[in-house]
Design a protein around this ligand. Structure first.
Ligand SMILES: N[C@@H](CCC(=O)N[C@@H](CS)C(=O)NCC(=O)O)C(=O)O
Length: 219
């Protein structure tokens, strides 16, 4: 398929939604151009609105057959990439595991508002654990329980939530980062999962770029 991709993202220390499809593109191994917008800056709203129909990042611009169109929203982008690159097997092969991985991805995409609000992504920093609200504690417990169940059933087949790396892992990558940043206590199998996620070369690349933003004082 002769298409070219540009992924519009927010800056890497903060933009949790951007990390998800960025990781999917890296795992596919297809070339793409990054168009990075600095968040929480005077020009952010104008820059994002110029590129994104929803006024949010990420947005994937697909150019093919002489036209360019946009796909916005992290999960829609991941689904589109899975359809366009079946060889990358971004969902598990078995219908049962594929359905479950979709449920994991969707639960993350639509939920855990307190975790997202209290443990904002700050990818390259280590910060003290804030005083967690009951709702945040309950959401953390739910995440760790669901990770534990998926890992005990599937991790033997590749180390990730559904064995081989999948979109469920893309969706939870920023949560791995949040738990690491704020020192959230986890059972051993979840800690090992977070370490495996951070051992991915793509995560190392994102981490180096996030650290560079901090060094350059833009995050
Ligand atoms: N549901 C959207 C959420 C996207 C979102 O909230 N993105 C944030 C950055 S991580 C954003 O664009 N914020 C705009 C701003 O800060 O002005 C998705 O899954 O992509």
């Amino acid at each position: 398929m002769s298409a070219s991709y540009t992924l519009v993202i927010g800056n890497k220390d903060w933009s949790s939604w951007s990390l998800r499809p960025w990781l999917a593109l890296k795992m596919i191994g297809v070339p793409f151009t990054e168009d990075l917008i600095r968040l929480r800056h005077d020009s952010t709203t104008e820059e994002v609105q110029r590129r994104s129909p929803s006024g949010r990042v990420p947005v994937l611009q697909i150019t093919e057959g002489g036209e360019t169109y946009e796909v916005w929203d992290s999960l829609a982008i991941c689904e589109t990439l899975a359809d366009r690159h079946p060889e990358a097997r971004l969902w598990p092969d078995s219908p049962k595991l594929k359905a479950m991985a979709r449920a994991y991805a969707a639960e993350m995409h639509s939920g855990f508002a307190d975790v997202r609000e209290q443990l904002t992504m700050d990818f390259a920093r280590k910060l003290p654990t804030p005083a967690l609200r009951d709702a945040t504690k309950a959401q953390i417990a739910r995440i760790l329980k669901s990770w534990g169940e998926a890992l005990s059933a599937n991790a033997k087949d590749g180390g990730f939530l559904f064995g081989r790396f999948s979109i469920a892992d893309c969706m939870y990558a920023p949560v791995c980062s949040r738990f690491r940043t704020y020192g959230i206590l986890m059972p051993k199998e979840c800690e090992a999962y977070v370490e495996r996620m951070f051992a991915l070369s793509a995560m190392g690349e994102w981490l180096a770029a996030a650290q560079d933003e901090i060094n350059r004082d833009i995050s």
